[in-house]
Design a protein around this ligand. Structure first.
Ligand SMILES: Cc1cc2nc3c(=O)[nH]c(=O)nc-3n(C[C@H](O)[C@H](O)[C@H](O)COP(=O)(O)OP(=O)(O)OC[C@H]3O[C@@H](n4cnc5c(N)ncnc54)[C@H](O)[C@@H]3O)c2cc1C
Length: 462
């Protein structure tokens, strides 16, 4: 059957009289949306520009069978039964290692604090007691701060803000001052709380909600252990999860179209009715779910959008295999110290100890954030030296393998123009179309996987 549309001849291949939903972007947001939508629509199409699904949950391996992940490592329960039954399906998690919680550390002021997700304020040295006094005096928390500096100083006090948050967040977001960032930017990178006092005192003071919100427990007491089980495959990378989801999508009858993107969005007024792909195939569409940046939607729908999108940081992934076991037990740790290049370091030997023991190969992925593309060779050399100086790998470690990758549109810089363009673009998209849903990390306030899943469940799952 053929269809004439805007003077071009397209072949109508999909949809027809059946109710049909189209999902753009095959990351976790697109995959989960497609699964839920299949309960409501006869036909569901999932369109992904790469040759395989998964987005930031993909993995790859080298010739030595060393597996590395691109972004997220763990698949974690959300503790919402309906979501977990789909995402953490018990029929295949048997073959996965289970963790009561992630073992996350942080590197700050020259020290690796193993198993401590949050920065220990004592690490600032001489000004700690002045900072503690200010911290305890800040008892009022509101949600109308003008920027990060305002928010953090009024929550954690001036000393801790200037000596802990300023160097850490300016390093991560590649900005010069906290005032450039919107309030809440600290939440994206494990800096929701800090560690002060000792374990007993923290436990007691955390019974008060104001302090509970900004003060962390110490590693020896963590009531959140076992609260959200985390999973990692015994063999392979987190991409094994994507393979499982692909089986699920196929079994449900979702049509997965990889290596495809959207060329044109056809609409009658505010109702989207068809999608034209880059190979000129047409899909009838009753509901469109968009998980990729909105700039592509405006372009395909012929909508003029005067704002530019958010500034995105380049994420450089450096994958290494060393001949020696890492010196830390952490699954991964954040590096907030501006004198060191890494932002996050993942130690696969602690995720899959059996694999490392039997092969004698120890894999490490280092993420580096920057505003531009980095020189591969120089960055590799600096990062290896950093890992040695941080006492993460022994100084005599041999590099058996190294690969550097660049993810151009990794993390958004959460500055004021980001907030403005985000609001503007979301409103423009939603006001333009009635049958459009925006999901995923690109189009919502959700960044972490669990939050992305919960929003989709609230929209399509009930
Ligand atoms: C480096 C990094 C590390 C992270 N670590 C963690 C973590 O440890 N824990 C956690 O909870 N979250 C983490 N996150 C966030 C997590 O990755 C996101 O929550 C999750 O990936 C969101 O899924 P998504 O589907 O919205 O986006 P993505 O995973 O980015 O998927 C988007 C998909 O759309 C596809 N696409 C893009 N353009 C087009 C197009 N034009 N047409 C069709 N398809 C297109 C992409 O190829 C991709 O497959 C991390 C993010 C990054 C960048």
């Amino acid at each position: 059957m053929q269809l004439l549309m805007d003077n071009a001849l397209f072949i109508l291949i999909r949809g027809g009289d059946m109710s049909s939903a189209v999902v753009i972007g095959g990351g976790i947001a697109g995959i989960y949306s497609a699964i839920l939508l299949k309960k409501r629509y006869e036909s569901v199409f999932l369109i992904e520009k790469e040759q395989e699904l998964g987005g930031l949950l993909r993995s790859f391996h080298n010739e030595g069978n060393d597996w590395f992940d691109y972004g997220t490592h763990f698949i974690a329960e959300t503790n919402i039964k309906d979501i977990d039954e789909v995402i953490v399906d018990k029929s295949w998690t048997k073959g996965w290692r289970k963790f009561d919680s992630e073992k996350v550390g942080n590197f700050f002021n020259g020290v690796l604090n193993e198993g401590e997700a949050f920065v220990d304020a004592k690490g600032i040295g001489a000004n700690y007691y002045r900072g503690l006094n200010e911290f305890l005096e800040k008892t009022y928390i509101n949600d109308t701060y003008t920027d990060s500096e305002d928010q953090l100083e009024n929550t954690f006090g001036q000393t801790f803000t200037q000596e802990i948050f300023k160097p850490s967040l300016c390093k991560i977001f590649c900005v010069d001052s906290l005032a450039e960032l919107v309030a809440g930017a600290n939440l994206l990178f494990g800096m929701k709380r800090i560690k002060v006092l000792n374990s007993k005192a923290s436990k007691l003071i955390k019974t008060l909600p104001t302090y509970d919100a900004k003060m962390s427990y110490h590693a020896d007491y963590s009531p959140s252990k076992g609260y959200r089980t985390h999973f990692y495959p015994k063999v392979g990378g987190v991409g094994v999860w994507v393979d499982q989801m692909r089986i699920k999508l196929d079994a449900l009858g979702v049509t997965v179209l990889c290596g495809r993107s959207v060329k044109k969005i056809g609409h009658k007024g505010r109702v989207i009715n068809r999608i034209v792909m880059d190979n000129d195939e047409v899909i009838d569409c009753d509901n469109l779910v968009w998980t990729i940046p909105l700039v592509f939607l405006f372009r395909a729908a012929g909508i003029e959008c005067s704002t530019v999108g958010p500034r995105l940081l380049n994420t450089t992934l450096l994958h290494f295999t060393f001949d020696s076991k890492p010196l830390s037990d952490d699954h991964y740790f954040y590096c907030y110290d501006p004198s060191f290049l890494p932002f996050r370091v993942t130690l696969y030997s602690n995720l899959q100890p059996e694999v490392s023991q039997s092969s004698g190969r120890h894999r490490v992925t280092v993420e580096v954030l920057s505003s531009g593309v980095l020189d591969a060779e120089k960055t590799c050399a600096v990062v290896i030296m950093d890992l040695i100086k941080m006492k993460v790998i022994p100084s005599n470690s041999k590099v058996l393998y190294q690969k550097i990758m660049s993810i151009p549109n990794g993390f958004p810089v959460m500055d004021h123009s980001y907030a403005k363009s985000f609001e503007f673009q979301s409103h423009l998209a939603i006001n333009s179309f009635k049958n459009l849903s925006l999901q995923g990390k690109n189009n919502t306030r959700d960044w972490f996987m669990a939050d992305v899943l919960k929003s989709i469940y609230h929209e399509f799952g009930r």
